[in-house]
Every structure is written in C-alpha cells, then in structure tokens.
Design a protein around this ligand. Sequence first.
Ligand SMILES: NC(=O)c1ccc[n+]([C@@H]2O[C@H](COP(=O)([O-])OP(=O)(O)OC[C@H]3O[C@@H](n4cnc5c(N)ncnc54)[C@H](O)[C@@H]3O)[C@@H](O)[C@H]2O)c1
Length: 317
Amino acid sequence: MIILDSACVEEHLKSTDCVELMEKTLYELAEGSCVQYLRTAINLPNTNVLGLMPGWFDGYFGVKTISVYHTNRGSGYPSHQGQILLFESEHGSLLAGIDATSVTKIRTGAVSAVATRLLARPDSSRLCILGCGTQGESHIDAIVPFFDIKTITLWDAFPEAAGALAAKAGEGAARGIDIRVCDTAEEAVRDADIICTVTPSALPVLCGSWLKSGAHINAVGACAPNARELDSEAVRRAAFFGDSIDSVEHESGDYLFPLKEGVITREHLRGTIGDILLKKIPGRESDDQITVFEALGLAVEDIAAAKYLYDRVTEND
Ligand SMILES: NC(=O)c1ccc[n+]([C@@H]2O[C@H](COP(=O)([O-])OP(=O)(O)OC[C@H]3O[C@@H](n4cnc5c(N)ncnc54)[C@H](O)[C@@H]3O)[C@@H](O)[C@H]2O)c1
C-alpha cells in the first residue's frame, strides 16, 4: 500500500486534466457503469460533520472519509481533511491512502468546469466567486482556461479572504484578468455570466432578482438538506441540473426548500450533467436562459481521481 500526500496529489492531478477525467466519470455514472452510495454524514459537535463516501469505478473501489470543520476558519487548519482508501477489485487489496483535502479541492472545481462548459454561454466573460476559500481558488483555476474571462468579481463574508484570493489568483490562473473585490454579494453577481457559490453558509447568499438573463450558476457550497446558498427565486428562474438525481433529492437544500415552499415541482430538476453528456437531455436551450448546476459532490469523483493518481504514480514501477 502506498500513501500519496497533498504535494504528490498536486504534482500529478492537474486541474485541466482533472476536468477531462471528471467529464468521463460523470458520463460513466450516467451510463450506469460505476456505482456509488449516498454520503453518510455524521453530525459532530458545533455543526461539524464526518462524511463517508463509498463508490466503485472502473475495476477499483474505495471510500473517502472526510471531516468538514467549518469551525477551523482562521486556525490554519483546512476545513476539509481526510483520506481516500483505494482498493483493487480482483483480491480486494488496499492499494493506496490518498490525501482527500487536495483531491476534494481539485476535483470539485473540475466538476464545475465540466458543467460550466456544457451550460454557460460560450461568450461568458465575467466570472463571479461568492466564498473565497479553497473552492473559490479551485473554481478560478478550473474555469478560467475554458473561457475568455475578462473580469472576476469576488465576495466573501470575511473581506480579508476575498483580498487574499484576489492576490493569489492575480499571481496564478487569473494573471492579467481584472479582479475586483466587492463589498456585497449583489455587487459581485449583478453583471456576472458565471457565478460560483462556494460558501459554507446555511442561508441564501445569492438572490434570483440579482441575476442577469443568460447567467450560469455553479451551486457548490450547500451539501445538506438543511442548508442553501440560493434563494427560491434563483432556483425558480433557472433550468436546474445536478450531479446526481439521488444526491439532489436527498442532500440539496437549494432544491428541497423551494420544493417544500411550492415554488417548484419535482420536475424542475431536469437531469444530470452526465445525462447532458450522454445527450439524453438538452443543456442550455437559449442565450437568455438562466442555468444552475447543483453540485453535492460524489464518491465516484473521488475514486476516479484516486485511481488516476495511483496509475500515474505507479506507471514506471
Ligand atoms: N459540492 C462539493 O463537491 C463540495 C466539495 C468541497 C467543498 N464543498 C463545500 O463548499 C463550501 C466551501 O468549501 P471550501 O473548501 O472552500 O471551504 P473554506 O473553508 O476553504 O472556505 C470557505 C470560505 O467561505 C467564507 N465564508 C464563511 N462563512 C461564510 C458565509 N456565511 N457567507 C459567505 N462566505 C462565508 C470563508 O471566509 C472562506 O473564505 C463548503 O460548504 C464545503 O463543504 C462542496
């Protein structure tokens, strides 16, 4: 068994390669050729969570075990920490323990990039990030290479986080792009073509009345039925897609709150990104349509990334 730490993951799992890998994974999930179970989320004191995510992908299986500690803000510890255990399926042997902080960071931005390429207007030039932590950075890294982005607007409940991301992105993936730190979420969203909500907020940070026609939203931060980042109007106005039907129906407050309020019906969920890739359903249908990709985070994404990393690291042995 080998151990792959975060430095090894970052060396071998590049964001743009991960976008291709996630596209293949979501396609295979929709085809039915990989298997996963809903996340088991164990509530810990102070709203923290232990997540267990088992799955099977391409002859390998495994589980991601991850603690989600939003109380770590400002402590120097990441909010997500854990390991992915990767097994081979012939003898059931454990092959690798892989750092889950870095895989989660990279694969989540990559999955949103897959959705954004399918759903955002191809001429999108204004990217907005609400929530300027790990995922804010990862979403800039993953999305910027695929669009002619001219402006990035950043907002965070803690302005120093937005300032820090502006400095980091300006030195990296967003070099040469006009990056603006905004005082309010509304200011950041108003003109945006692509909006990523990547906060741990349990209450809406994005209002539907702020959205311009044709906008695309990646709603990534709220991964529990009692948490939402989008208000009901944002969901009502949008063509709504998810990463997995089962996950949206069980884990998505963004979907379940407006459903309970009677603002939308079950049919509002059009299907998954994999369904669009398989051409079972259409994606964006017009230039002025608003689209939402609801990302809950899937075990197969982690197992696919773990298998890719294991293959890359052992290929010359
Ligand atoms: N869907 C998925 O696959 C997936 C994967 C990873 C993380 N997530 C979720 O995405 C969210 C962000 O994750 P992360 O790793 O970037 O976390 P992080 O701790 O690195 O960053 C969170 C950022 O949000 C800011 N913030 C805190 N409370 C806020 C609020 N109420 N309103 C606005 N901003 C606020 C913080 O200042 C920080 O900059 C979390 O909820 C996490 O659980 C989802």
